[in-house]
Design a protein around this ligand. Structure first.
Ligand SMILES: Nc1ncnc2c1ncn2[C@@H]1O[C@H](COP(=O)(O)OP(=O)(O)O)[C@@H](O)[C@H]1O
Ligand SMILES: [Mg+2]
Length: 260
């Protein structure tokens, strides 16, 4: 037993002849923010897809709180507390902000299909408490005033916040965020960094994929760098920032000089 919340062991994902992820091993520890960085095409999203059950690994093992995830479906994995957002925004554009959140809440509804079909009083009670919780989550991400607007009508930065809110509604123990601030302006990014600190203070562990290095270096306890499907470095942000291979493959000399 390693004490890891999530353990990825020798994960490999191949698409035909293309090796997208190769023998990647890393752990996410309870309570930390771990960032996965690397150039476009490095295999970050593919690794997320395998961890969350959207893709079957070609080889390797994924364990969450000691239990094997291999073979489980995305909804089963989400129900265990491992919840993700997507690189491309996945808001239901024609539904209201509140309805979007309710989809996340229903992911962990205790009511069975039979109780719902029979329209039992417990359902109405649960619906009211879910709606109240949805309101609380919207307040938390700063979308309280937007509850009744349609998702698609929100500015892009707020749609991304809505996605986070939908994920939070599923009560994650481990939240996987795929480029949450891409497309946000600097002010939105700054405020998202503060929000991430609050999410972490709630006891939620975070696995982050992000290209914004100011954010990565500011919020992460540890950073793992992937290049062409392989992990080339893992360590504290300050170590990763001056790792020659990470600089060569991803950060670039200019970044390294500016942050030396
Ligand atoms: N469904 C797929 N079918 C074939 N190739 C894919 C598929 N998804 C990703 N790839 C390839 O796998 C590699 C890793 O992609 P991806 O995980 O999206 O990278 P990243 O998120 O790090 O930018 C890329 O070469 C990409 O083209
Ligand atoms: Mg990606």
């Amino acid at each position: 037993m390693t004490g890891a919340l999530l353990a990825v062991e020798r994960l490999a994902i191949r698409f035909g002849g293309l090796v997208a992820v190769e023998a990647a091993s890393f752990e996410v520890r309870e309570g930390e923010v771990l960032s996965l960085i690397g150039p476009n095409g490095a295999g970050k999203t593919t690794a997320f897809n395998a961890i969350t059950g959207y893709l079957a690994p070609s080889a390797g093992e994924i364990r969450f709180r000691g239990a094997r995830l291999n073979g489980l479906k995305p909804n089963q994995i989400a129900a265990l507390g491992l919840v993700r957002t997507f690189q491309k925004t996945s808001v239901f554009g024609t539904r209201t902000v509140l309805e979007n959140i309710l989809t996340g809440l229903h992911l962990r509804s205790r009511q069975g299909a039979l109780a719902i079909m029979l329209g039992l009083p417990s359902i109405a009670r649960e619906e009211r408490s879910l709606a109240a919780e949805a309101r609380r989550i919207l307040e938390f991400v700063g979308l309280g005033a937007r509850a009744l607007e349609t998702g698609g009508a929100l500015p892009y930065g707020e749609q991304r916040l809505l996605e986070i809110a939908v994920a939070l509604a599923a009560r994650p123990r481990l939240l996987l965020l795929d480029e949450p601030v891409s497309g946000m302006n600097p002010v939105e990014t700054e405020s998202f960094m503060a929000k991430l600190a609050e999410i972490r203070a709630l006891g939620i562990t975070v696995l982050l994929v992000e290209h914004d290095m100011k954010m990565v270096m500011g919020v992460s306890d540890r950073v793992v760098c992937l290049n062409q499907g392989r992990i080339i470095a893992a360590g504290a942000p300050a170590e990763i920032q001056r790792d020659p291979e990470v600089i060569r493959a991803y950060l670039g000399e200019r970044y390294a000089r500016a942050n030396a």
